[in-house]
Design a protein around this ligand. Structure first.
Ligand code: IFM
Length: 448
């Protein structure tokens, strides 16, 4: 393996965020209510009782934030568009003022030479659609395609990289299965319908994208891929890890790239009276050709067989090595293994669309944040990305999660993933040492 200079020319060095986690302005300028706006108001669902009502106030401070990206040398920025900002009630009349925000953001990014990568759905469904059944209702997939089509026509070629969904697994299992995320439903029988409708909506949006004939843009999707390992060589543990891998990865990868659900998982779920509501033609739509795949990976998961969990018959084994503040094992090879996993299904260009770490950052008396642990994490994971490229994987970019500290869903604001520290009381941004580290990595890579 050679040194850190061998990233390919044009490699994208970015940071990632999501609308609800940073924008704030939750009910401003005509924006409609999202399922997160509703969910965070339920007592006890957010660990520290905070909300994303204001978050990082990025809706107002985006220009300042783009300035930091430029100063860091980022040549790409991944963000998401809030569906209820564009269609306050999910469909019908679009809200021009909401669209204008993204127009300003995208123009500013392009002016700075920062490639925008926009995700259409990072979990903030318009509440009006949830009231009609949410993702358990097939109609939501059709509404998503309309929203996508509108946005493609409005912003189209100014965004070279479009992603339909972020981590449909999390929306499916945590939003509708165990209720830890919005909309907070606890219904295992909704899992496969929700997953299926998310996949269907993806395929319909790809059709809308092709129909818009955008010449300078590509379409893809972003999946969560965390390698699953058995806790031992016991066949029961090996089977348990295979099942969790099936639930988290294969039930999305196989429809997308092979146009079918994995047989073993269909059998497994059928025993629990769970099945995806597939209609004729759906699998063809779901498996439409896309241009790239985004991979979000942070750690690995180790499982042992345990049928007290009726859904997968598996239990997570506590991490063996050092962990981040999320309790996630620091395991840099997650990058290589996740990309190899995806490589079993496709040879599309790949991006690491999220990788990073929460740590309990300390603000020193002089205001500095010397987050050495995050630097170590990033250094090791970027080296793993390089190993993946050296092994022949077509990796085109690496995005740190996250540009700045933000609202970490059910964990609230206590978990900080940012390269930039946010003081939520004043909205003051301060570069952590890791931001300078990342700036230097990019500068070196771009110089070589
Ligand atoms: O904050 C999330 C992000 O929204 C989706 N991927 C994982 C991140 C860290 O938990």
């Amino acid at each position: 393996m050679s040194d850190k200079h061998d990233f390919p020319p044009g490699f994208l060095w970015g940071a990632a965020t999501a609308a609800y986690q940073i924008e704030g302005a939750w009910d401003e300028d005509g924006k409609g209510e999202s399922i997160w706006d509703r969910f965070v108001r339920r007592p006890g669902v957010i660990a520290d009782g905070t909300t994303g009502d204001v978050a990082c106030d990025h809706y107002r401070r985006y220009a300042e934030d783009v300035g930091y990206m430029a100063a860091m040398g980022l040549n790409a920025y991944r963000f998401s568009i809030a569906w209820p900002r564009i269609f306050p009630s999910g469909s019908g009349r679009p809200n021009q003022v909401g669209l204008d925000f993204y127009r300003r953001l995208i123009d500013d990014l392009n002016r700075h030479g920062i490639t925008p990568m926009a995700t259409l759905y990072h979990w903030d469904l318009p509440q009006a659609l949830e009231d009609r059944g949410g993702w358990a209702n097939r109609d939501t997939a059709l509404r998503f395609a309309e929203y996508a089509s509108y946005v493609f026509h409005a912003l189209g070629n100014d965004v070279p990289l479009w992603a339909t969904h972020n981590e449909p697994f999390i929306q499916t299992f945590y939003g509708y299965g165990n209720g830890e995320n919005a909309p907070g439903r606890r219904n295992p029988w909704a899992i496969l319908p929700v997953g299926h409708h998310l996949l269907l909506s993806h395929g319909l949006a790809v059709d809308a994208f092709r129909a818009a004939s955008l010449k300078a843009a590509q379409i893809g999707m972003v999946l969560i891929i965390w390698p699953h390992h058995p806790a031992s060589a016991r066949p029961a543990d090996v089977r348990a890890a295979r099942r969790t891998d099936g639930a988290m990865h294969r039930i999305f990868l196989e429809p997308l790239f092979r146009g079918r659900y994995p047989e073993d998982m269909l059998r497994h779920f059928a025993r629990r009276l769970m099945r995806p509501p597939v209609r004729p033609g759906d699998m063809e739509i779901i498996s439409r050709t896309i241009d790239f795949l985004g991979v979000n990976t942070y750690t690995r998961l180790v499982h042992t067989a345990d049928w007290r969990d009726p859904l997968t018959g598996a239990r997570l084994v506590p991490a063996r090595g050092p962990t981040t503040a999320m309790g996630w094992e620091i395991y840099p090879d997650c990058i290589v293994e996740a990309l190899q996993k995806v490589g079993e299904y496709t040879d599309l260009p790949l991006y690491i669309t999220e990788n990073g770490a929460a740590f309990d950052d300390v603000v020193e008396p002089d205001g500095s944040i010397n987050d050495a642990a995050r630097i170590d994490y990033l250094r090791a994971h970027i080296a793993a990305a390089r190993r993946a490229i050296n092994a022949g994987i077509d990796l085109r970019g690496y995005f740190v999660w996250s540009l700045m500290d933000n609202f970490e869903w059910a964990q609230g604001k206590a978990k900080r993933f940012g390269l930039i520290h946010v003081d939520y009381a004043t909205q003051r941004r301060t570069w952590k040492a890791s931001a300078r580290f990342f700036r230097d990595v990019i500068a070196e890579s771009v110089r070589s």
